[in-house]
Design a protein around this ligand. Structure first.
Ligand SMILES: [Zn+2]
Length: 106
């Protein structure tokens, strides 16, 4: 993971394998772990398929919820990352393609 600070970006963090972009000078452990979960998802899928799926699922969720925040939070990659971003040992026990278990609401 290569951490890069981007103070002007809108989200607190963004994963773009092998980089993690963060807004804050001192990002929280939770933000870093959240983005590390996304890096693992990107390694599994490949960066381009990850983003194609991410954007496609966002548009499906937007049609479903008609609300940007709800659409974003319900993308399976985000559901997994938010669910486990404070479970700091998660990546050592996580199964491959675990995000698929988050396609349906838990
Ligand atoms: Zn995220």
């Amino acid at each position: 993971m290569i951490l890069i600070r981007v103070p002007f970006m809108r989200p607190d963090g963004m994963a773009l394998f092998p980089f993690v972009l963060v807004k804050a000078r001192q990002p929280t452990a939770r933000i870093i772990h959240h983005e590390q979960i996304h890096l693992r998802q990107q390694i599994e899928m490949g960066l381009l398929p990850f983003y194609v799926w991410y954007i496609t699922e966002y548009l499906v969720r937007l049609a479903q919820y008609r609300n940007h925040d709800r659409a974003y939070r319900n993308i399976c990659f985000e559901r997994e990352a938010y669910h486990f971003d404070e479970a700091f040992g998660y990546l050592s026990t996580r199964r491959t393609w675990a995000f698929l278990g988050f396609l349906r609401q838990k």
